[in-house]
Design a protein around this ligand. Structure first.
Ligand code: FCB
Length: 486
């Protein structure tokens, strides 16, 4: 697919701000969070099926057995996407469905994605495929999971299997979604599947995920040089509470290092930064990096997806107004950061979403600018926002509508921030709202609703929320409504 590059938004009438030509306006979801049919047609357990059975791991002991039943309702869901006017839909394939237990290809599993892709194409919606959105086959976890180097090679093989089936129709391929979550949050902090709490395993997982990414990129590129290949990272803006206080600056450096640069540097520069290695090398990273790995990891890509939800405001001093708070359940977890003891997360006093996350739209402009300047720009890699969205405690009005004013505000303010970035000279090529549907929000189960479409989990009825209608108008006009345009 060709995506036109436009360095700046088109000049427009004062009040209306238009999106550049070719800018993709889409929405995202992920296999385990929406599909259901967890054991149908040959699919076997992923680490999230297993983790959901751990007492106390997920709010209300929810799981993805049924979720939004998208496996059976995908046609209706694609019809909704079409009604909303989405240019593109970002979805993930389930490894445990395509290659159950990490073993041979399961034709029925593959067939589901084939039908989904056909339905999207027939509806004029570009399929944007993510190979790994956190659902490792449990059988591979039992062989060491991402802490085991072999999993990176298995991932490459799985990527090729998906390409065998869909490569003729899907042009845009993302290897991994948010490797920070599938390593540090999952193997170090233990808040996500597989729920380990082991610093060395988290660092090994991060490196092996990157290696798997690089191996898959090389193998897919060899298959078809025209594929649009990339990775999605969740990135943050880490600011010191007091920029004049060395302890706060060091806290910001650590969080930036262990959140952002731990992935950006190897991918774009072919090395881990010295300060990061000084902090975490002896804790387990040094032990797993083998000669040649960084060349594989830094194989050229075409697109970087940035997922942005909030920034961090950090200090070496405890906060009177701490932000760290909301844990989904009582199950003890540890910090996902391998070497950030003594770093404290402060509140900036901003409004918060239903997740307790501070709403900081301008952080997105800042983040995109930095990533473009330091990483994607010099590499000639196109930049997309592949996730951004908010959970709120939606209420259904007596007329059945969902007047989610806050989510609409969140969506429009972040789109506006992207246009600010474009105006400043940061080329951004697309935006995907998270999520198209309310869904299984990992350890929060079904308690947190991010959708622009409401799902009634009793009846599986879908209702487009007011935020969805607002997005529909933005996509139709390819512009922000006058009232929200700055
Ligand atoms: C991201 C995940 C996505 C969803 C949103 C809220 O970290 O990629 O699956 O959970 O957060």
């Amino acid at each position: 697919m060709t995506i036109t590059t436009h360095p700046a938004a088109e000049p427009t009438a004062a009040a209306v701000r238009r999106f550049p030509e070719g800018f993709l306006l889409g929405a995202a979801a992920a296999a385990y969070q929406i599909e259901g049919a967890a054991h149908k047609d040959g699919r076997t357990d992923s680490i999230w099926d297993a983790f959901s059975r751990v007492p106390g791991a997920v709010v209300n002991a929810d799981n993805g057995d049924v979720a939004c039943d998208h496996y059976h309702r995908y046609r209706d869901d694609v019809a909704l996407m079409r009604e909303l006017g989405l240019n593109a839909y970002r979805f993930s394939t389930s490894w445990a469905r395509v290659r159950p237990d990490g073993g041979p290809v399961n034709p029925k599993g593959v067939d589901f994605y084939s039908r989904l892709v056909d339905e999207l194409l027939e509806s004029g919606i570009t399929p944007w495929l993510t190979l790994y959105h956190w659902d490792l086959p449990q059988a591979l976890e039992e062989q060491g999971g991402w802490a085991n180097r072999d999993t990176a090679y298995r991932f490459r093989d799985y990527a090729l299997s998906v390409h065998d089936a869909l490569g003729d129709r899907v042009d845009i391929w993302t290897t991994l979604n948010e490797p920070w979550c599938s390593s540090f949050l999952s193997y170090t902090g233990g808040a996500h599947a597989p729920g380990r709490q082991d610093v060395a395993a988290g660092l090994a997982a991060a490196h092996h995920l990157l290696l798997g990414h690089g191996l898959a990129v090389q193998a897919l590129r060899e298959r078809d040089a025209s594929l649009d290949l990339g990775i999605t990272l969740n990135l943050t803006v880490a600011k010191p509470v007091d920029p004049a206080h060395p302890g706060d600056l060091d806290a910001a450096r650590r969080i930036d290092g262990q959140f952002n640069r731990v992935f950006l540097d190897p991918l774009f520069r072919g090395h881990y930064a010295d300060d990061l290695l000084a902090d975490v090398g002896p804790l387990g990273l040094d032990a797993v990096v083998q000669p040649g790995d960084l060349e594989v990891i830094s194989s050229p890509i075409d697109a970087l997806g940035v997922n942005y939800y909030h920034g961090e405001y950090v200090s070496d001093r405890p906060a009177a107004n701490p932000i760290e708070g909301q844990a989904p359940t009582d199950r003890p977890t540890r910090s996902p950061f391998p070497a950030a003891e003594g770093v404290h997360f402060h509140s900036q006093g901003l409004p918060r979403t239903g997740m307790g996350w501070e709403v900081q739209p301008d952080g997105l402009r800042e983040l995109l600018g930095r990533v473009h300047r330091e990483y994607t720009g010099p590499a000639g890699v196109r930049l997309f926002v592949t996730e951004n969205g908010a959970a709120y405690d939606d209420e259904v009005s007596p007329d059945g509508a969902v007047h989610d004013v806050e989510r609409t505000g969140f969506l429009l303010s972040h789109l506006s921030s992207i246009l600010d970035a474009i105006d400043e000279g940061t080329p951004v090529h697309g935006y995907f709202y998270w999520s198209i549907l309310d869904n299984f929000e990992w350890a929060w189960g079904y308690d947190k609703r991010f959708g622009i479409v409401r799902v009634d989990y009793e009846t599986q009825e879908r209702t487009i929320k007011d935020s969805g209608l607002a997005y529909q108008a933005v996509i139709r006009d390819r512009a922000l409504p006058a009232a929200s345009a700055r």
